[in-house]
Ligand binder design. Structure first.
Ligand SMILES: C[S@@+](CC[C@H](N)C(=O)[O-])C[C@H]1O[C@@H](n2cnc3c(N)ncnc32)[C@H](O)[C@@H]1O
Length: 408
């Protein structure tokens, strides 16, 4: 048996059944054996050789396009001397690399102001973190970034409250936060716990009363009409998401919080048709069946309630600038035109010499480049992700942000 499984069993044997949120916290974030700590083997969970890809794996233009938005944010803030990017859940640093690339190649005056902090829960001393740091450092050196280009940290505890001007950015962090599982029967909500089967000793699910008043009241807080939903209806709720936003945004004096993830506003996320909730399991690019199997070796994730993030932001003085889809966001920021421009630069013979071998090769490479970008714009794929932008102290920004402006 894997050490993490033993550890979770011991905890259940001692304390009794645990919530799914507690199970996820251990399975994903145990400092030695958790999935995002490398599963006890320094294993990289992300990317083509891991369990699943994220937008940055498809093409560097994803990061380039976000950089373009961040650059404009700096301009909207009147080009301050320091512009801090705090990337939460930075993983391998794919976005950091592309933001620095853009700044160096396209906006040197912004590059001079840019300070970049990567936050992640892969523990500081872990082989996984060491490998990521080393790889990113090499890539940034190759780009000609200054040696101080990035700082890695676990959280923002070392940063004074309301001290930064810039942007807090995250991609697919909130969907990786621990969730509680609820189930509806009559006018009652129950919570599903993880227990040990008496006969088998295996992890099993057990129904009980909600683990806290906050969990019990969550759906009502977002005006979800769950009492009218069919019996047996299930969903996930994530009080941790609001706490995360509150805690991280504390460092922001002026600027933006840009959150990219899958999910929706509460009204569209919690519907009677979605009877089984959204909790999903990924292992080696395959959707798994059993969230309780192989703790530490597989990803557990659930869709994000963006209404909760908007409300949590409002409570700490963050105003909604806009909520859009990733496809619209990237399109408005010009990803298509940039992809064409890159293709024209790299593969010039694609459109002019199709009758030659070089022209054929360039044509195929151009198709591959445009094909790599296409899923980012697919409304049924990564293009359907939501992009939430909140702001503090930048009035009227919602109307001016390129990624939110309606196309003319
Ligand atoms: C799904 S991965 C996404 C990684 C990266 N953003 C990408 O797009 O490839 C989620 C990451 O968030 C990190 N994470 C989760 N909770 C976090 C928190 N509270 N603060 C910082 N990082 C966190 C995890 O360690 C993990 O690397």
């Amino acid at each position: 048996m894997e050490p993490l499984e033993t550890l979770i069993r011991d905890e259940i044997a001692t304390t009794g059944p645990i919530t799914c949120a507690r199970f996820m916290a251990l399975a994903l974030y145990h400092p030695l054996y958790g999935y995002y700590a490398g599963g006890g083997q320094g294993r990289e969970p992300l990317g083509w050789s891991g369990d699943y890809i994220t937008s940055g794996d498809l093409h560097p233009l994803w990061g380039w396009t976000i950089a373009r938005q961040l650059h404009q944010m700096w301009q909207l803030l009147n080009s301050p001397r320091h512009f801090d990017v705090i990337e939460a859940g930075a993983g391998r640093g794919l976005l950091a690399r592309e933001i620095w690339r853009y700044a160096i190649e396209c906006a040197p005056e912004w590059a001079a102001a840019l300070r970049y902090t990567l936050l992640d829960r892969a523990p500081e001393q872990s082989p996984l973190r060491a490998a990521r740091e080393q790889r990113l450092a090499g890539e940034l050196t190759g780009l000609g970034a200054p040696s101080s280009a990035v700082t890695w940290a676990a959280d923002v505890a070392h940063i004074a409250p309301r001290s930064l001007t810039g942007c807090i950015v995250s991609n697919e962090l909130v969907d990786a936060l621990p969730v509680h599982l609820l189930e509806k029967h009559g006018d009652t909500l129950s919570e599903r716990y993880v227990a040990l089967g008496r006969a088998t000793g295996q992890f099993i699910e057990q129904i009980g009363a909600p683990s806290s008043q906050e969990v019990a009241a969550y759906l009502d807080a977002y005006k979800v009409p769950w009492r009218a939903f069919p019996d047996g209806w299930r969903c996930e709720v994530c009080p941790a998401a609001a706490l995360w936003l509150r805690d991280i945004s504390v460092v922001l004096a002026r600027g933006f919080v840009l959150t990219i993830d899958y999910g929706d506003i509460a009204r569209h996320l919690y519907t009677p048709n979605r009877r089984r909730g959204t909790l999903a399991v990924y292992m080696r690019h395959t959707l798994g069946e059993d969230p309780l199997a192989h703790p530490g070796q597989q990803d557990l994730t659930a869709h994000v309630n963006f209404t909760a993030l908007i409300a949590a932001g409002r409570a700490v003085g963050l105003r909604l600038a806009g909520l859009t889809t990733q496809a619209d966001f990237l399109r408005r920021l010009g990803i298509r035109a940039e992809a064409e421009a890159v293709a024209a630069r790299l593969y010039p013979a694609a459109d002019t010499e199709r009758h030659t071998d070089r022209g054929q090769a360039d044509y195929l490479r151009k198709r591959m480049l445009l094909g790599a970008v296409a899923p980012l714009l697919d409304p049924h794929g990564l293009g359907g992700f939501r992009v939430l932008i909140q702001q503090r102290g930048v009035s009227g920004a919602g109307r001016r942000l390129l990624g939110l402006q309606a196309e003319v």
